[in-house]
Design a protein around this ligand. Structure first.
Ligand SMILES: [Zn+2]
Ligand SMILES: [Zn+2]
Length: 379
């Protein structure tokens, strides 16, 4: 006796007690017979029997097109290639499904939830040519069959780029929206920021314009003060954009008045560990007493051993200095060019606040950093 013949009496037994739709009946046996279409199997098992209302699903499968239309509507503003479908189903349906399964000892079969999401995904894929992907989908639908709503989620994307700041007076970071402290709310259009007058704000606005999305979270490769310039190839950054509408970027650069964004591209992820980088820095330093050039010469020794930095928590780190050049510009002022490990706290390095050695200690003259600019940053 074939597997198919074996299940006929069980199917008949169930049908005698309950009306089932083709999908639900077929689902109870398709795995065992290694068949892919529940509907066709159900139809075959039912022969000419018709059903008016399915005992398990109350004819949920007849309404697939209605739910499919909801999926089209909620996703029409999004571009994506891969997607998955989840579902929230009335507990009563799940209970009746479980009840039939245990009563007839049907093991290893798909749940009704699995089946309905499979059917929806298949139909959506057929119409849109998007690819079903349950492991790492770009876009996720969660169809709520209780109230016929559909939740959507668009997977975040990460971008990398560099910025060049050619005018003083622009902050690197943007203050969070006061209403939500950056989480995103109606007032800030779910961006977490409501003003766009910093480097972070300008880059964010550009990305929101091009790709949509809610919040943009930045990972900066170092930072500078509001009055500092960032020249050369610019400072690298990474930004993670939540809930993007688009996932492809055509423009790779953008020039605002005093800010240029370059090398913008979509990347797999932000760096997991802090990136090592080397900065070329120009500083303008003023001194308390008159400068003695013979003391300035001692600055050349900085390349011999690393500078030790203690942060507020007491954590110790070492920063190497690779190049030192200086020039006395007046009795109480000199300029200093350094090539150094990224993350050296420049103002503290000059005045000697928990950094040893410091410029002040080396030249034996209390120094103050008046201005510092980044000429280039190498990763
Ligand atoms: Zn059914
Ligand atoms: Zn807000």
């Amino acid at each position: 006796m074939s597997d198919y013949q074996k299940i006929i009496p069980i199917a008949n037994q169930i049908l005698k007690k309950h009306e089932l739709c083709d999908n639900c009946l077929g689902r109870l046996f398709s795995k065992k017979l290694h068949l892919s279409s529940n509907k066709l199997l159900g139809k075959k098992l039912k022969k000419n029997r018709t059903s008016t209302k399915c005992y398990i699903c109350k004819n949920l499968f007849e309404n697939l097109n209605h739910f499919l239309k909801i999926m089209f509507d909620v996703s029409s503003d999004y571009c994506f290639q891969t997607f998955s479908v989840g579902a929230i189903i009335k507990p009563s349906i799940v209970e009746r499904d479980d009840c039939i399964r245990s009563q007839y000892k049907l093991r290893g079969i798909d749940s009704i939830k699995t089946d309905i999401t499979k059917e929806l995904a298949k139909a959506f894929s057929k119409k849109t040519k998007h690819i079903v992907d349950y492991r790492n989908p770009e876009f996720t639908f969660t169809m709520n069959f209780k109230d016929e709503s559909c939740q959507i989620h668009s997977k975040s994307i990460t971008l990398s780029g560099r910025y060049i700041k050619s005018m003083r007076g622009l902050s690197q970071k943007q203050k969070s929206c006061e209403n939500c402290s950056g989480k995103g709310c109606r007032i800030c259009n779910f961006h977490g920021i409501s003003e766009f007058d910093s480097i972070e704000g300008m880059i964010s606005q550009f990305i929101f314009d091009k790709l949509g999305g809610t919040t943009a979270k930045f990972t900066w490769i170092g930072g500078e003060d509001k009055p500092s310039l960032v020249l050369g190839n610019g400072r690298p950054f990474f930004v993670k954009l939540q809930h993007p509408h688009k996932r492809k970027l055509r423009l790779t650069s953008k020039i605002f008045n005093s800010l240029k964004i370059t090398n913008l591209k979509i990347v797999p992820d932000s760096p997991k560990k802090p990136l090592k980088f080397i900065s070329s820095i120009n500083m303008r330093i003023s001194t308390e007493s008159k400068i003695d050039v013979s003391n300035l010469k001692k600055l050349k020794d900085l390349i011999k051993s690393p500078v030790v930095v203690y942060d507020v928590s007491g954590k110790r780190s070492e920063k190497k200095i690779f190049t030192v050049k200086y020039k006395k510009t007046s009795q109480n002022e000199f300029s200093l060019f350094l090539k150094a490990d990224g993350g050296l706290p420049l103002k503290r390095f000059v005045n000697g606040d928990n950094v040893t050695p410091s410029i002040s200690s080396i030249i034996g003259n209390l120094c103050k950093c008046q201005e510092f600019d980044f000429l280039d940053i190498h990763v």
